[in-house]
Structures are given as C-alpha cells and as structure tokens.
Design a protein around this ligand. Structure first.
Ligand code: NAP
Length: 278
C-alpha cells in the first residue's frame, strides 16, 4: 500500500485524512493517508524521512508551506508564484512541489455561482491564503481586486508582486472598507477574522450595507460553517459561501497530482461534502 499524509503543527484537527481517505476508498486506490505532526523547524528532516520511508507524496499546512519551496527539485508555476507548496509528489527520489489552494479556490468560487469574471472584488487579507487565492481572481477574469489589509505594507507587497496594475491595495479601516465595497460585486475574506479558536472579529460590518445587494460574499473560513461575516451578509440578502468547497477542491487537485490521473471532480466533491457533513 502506498503512503500519503499531511504534515503540519498543529495537525490533530486536520480534515485532510477524512477527505483523502474518502476519495481513495471511492476510487479503489491502493493508498493510505495519515496525519503527521512535524514541527516547523523540521521540514527538511521530514522530507528526507518521507523519501527514505517510500512515501508517494504529502500535503503540507502551517508552518511548512513556505519552508518547502527551496527544498523542491521542481516547482509548479502556482507554487513558485505564491512562494508556497501545499502538495509534494515523491518520485524516483525527486520532490515535485505544487500548490492547489488557488485552483481549489477558483473552482469553489465558480461552484458557488460567484464566477469572478468581469467583477470588481473587495479582498480582505493579505496573508498566505490571500497570496494563493487572489491571483486566481485575475486569472479568472476579475476586472480589479482591491486588497484591504490591516498591515497595509503586506497588501502593497502582494499587489506589487502581481504587477498587472489590476490589484490595488486598500486600508482596512471601516471607512475605507465602506467606500471600496460600494464599487464591488464580490467580497472574499482571506483574513482569519471569525475563525474558530481565534479571538479577532471585524470592527464593523457597515461595509456590507454599502455593497450592492446582488454582490456575493465568499469566506475562506470553513470552521465555523457560518462566520459572523457570512451571517451578517446573509441577513442583508447577499449570496454567501464558506470555504469548505475550497478545502475539498484543493484536495481533489492534490490527489490528481499524487496519482497523475484525472478524477470526476463534481461527483467526488459531492461525496466528500457528504462525508464531512455526516
Ligand atoms: P495568515 O497568513 O496568518 O494571515 C492572516 C490574515 O488575517 C492577515 O491578512 C492578517 O492581517 C489578518 N488578520 C488577522 N487578525 C486580524 C485582525 N484582528 N484584524 C484584521 N486582520 C487580521 O493566515 P492564512 O493562512 O492566510 O489563513 C487565513 C484564513 O484562511 C484562515 O482562517 C484559514 O482558515 C483560511 N484558509 C482556508 C482555506 C480553505 O481551504 N478553505 C485554505 C487556507 C486558509 P495582517 O497581515 O495585518 O496581520
């Protein structure tokens, strides 16, 4: 049986083993997928161990995504662009790194009827998740993406790295969010505000009142299933979606990469969603 896993620290609450083993069983593949706690200063040691123990590949979450980049023998365009690896395939002693978060995000957005094509987007946050997700908005045809972040310098860096001129930094103050939201038809939350186990919350939701009524609100957070942002947006009749679809689709793309095969994504996504919700 071939070995796959997810590494991270902490890792006990990861949904990846359930998601991947559900797909592996459904496809009748000869793999098993586990979770391994690997401290942040041991990424290189882990890679050597995974090769020695014959792993076929692994996923990586915090705090390994950036550490893996210089350790790879080859990198996909997305992994290079984001400076982060979430999926590693091991073959003939070589490590091939990719990042399926951005593609998973775009697919989930479309599945939620929030195709970014032609939209002006208010993106909240400029951390690791934003670095993977936001470039996909432009690839998906978004007209412009305003990146609002508490640490403005981080938003400026992200926009400068894109270089298209269609990503514009914005302040994270209630006034600035309100003013920007009025010009947008999609809001994407890439901050950790509202996530289970974290303390922070939006100072004000008034920007949702400025947002045109038909504008969608997509939150990358999936735990809780309904963040306060989504609850407030739904109260104002905006179409809403949480980040569960993104989690599922990045896993589907990762399994395709591990196994070098294509999967019936929509059918698999439905199956996994059922497994996660049961
Ligand atoms: P990160 O790199 O630590 O970035 C956190 C972001 O949240 C930064 O933009 C940070 O702003 C902002 N933030 C944190 N506390 C804040 C506060 N009190 N006020 C304003 N802004 C605040 O984390 P990440 O990896 O990007 O993850 C962000 C979220 O995305 C997490 O909740 C995670 O669950 C979710 N996520 C979901 C998926 C999925 O598959 N659905 C995948 C990846 C991540 P500063 O830069 O100013 O600190």
């Amino acid at each position: 049986m071939k070995k796959l896993c997810v590494i991270g620290d902490p890792i006990a609450h990861s949904r990846s083993p359930l998601i991947q083993n559900t797909m592996i069983r459904a496809l009748g593949l000869d793999y098993e997928y586990t979770a391994q706690r690997v401290p942040g200063d041991q990424t290189a040691q882990w890679l050597a161990r995974a090769k020695a123990e014959g792993y076929a590949g692994f996923n990586a979450t915090m705090p390994h995504k950036e550490n893996l980049v210089p350790l790879m023998d080859c990198l996909s365009d997305d992994a290079r662009r984001y400076g982060a690896v979430n999926t590693v395939r091991l073959r003939d002693g070589r490590a091939e790194g990719t990042n399926t978060d951005g593609e998973g995000f775009l697919r989930a957005l479309r599945e939620a009827d929030m195709d970014p094509a032609g939209r002006t987007v208010l993106a909240l946050g400029a951390g690791g998740a934003a670095r993977a997700a936001l470039p996909k908005l432009l690839q998906g045809g978004a007209a412009r993406v305003y990146v609002a972040n508490r640490n403005l310098r981080r938003a400026e860096d992200l926009c400068a790295r894109d270089g298209s001129g269609r990503m514009v930094p914005a302040a994270f103050t209630p006034e600035s969010l309100e003013e920007t939201a009025a010009r947008c038809s999609l809001v994407v939350n890439c901050t950790s505000l509202g996530m289970s186990g974290t303390a922070g919350q939006f100072e004000s939701f008034a920007f949702l009142d400025a947002l045109p009524r038909e504008a969608g609100v997509f939150d990358l957070i999936y735990s809780p299933a309904q963040t306060e942002l989504l609850r407030q947006a739904a109260l104002r009749d905006h179409p809403v979606s949480n980040g569960l679809g993104m989690l599922i689709w990045q896993a589907i793309f990762a399994l395709e990469f591990f196994t070098d095969s294509s999967i019936d994504g929509p059918a698999m996504a439905a199956l996994v969603r059922e497994a996660l919700e049961s």
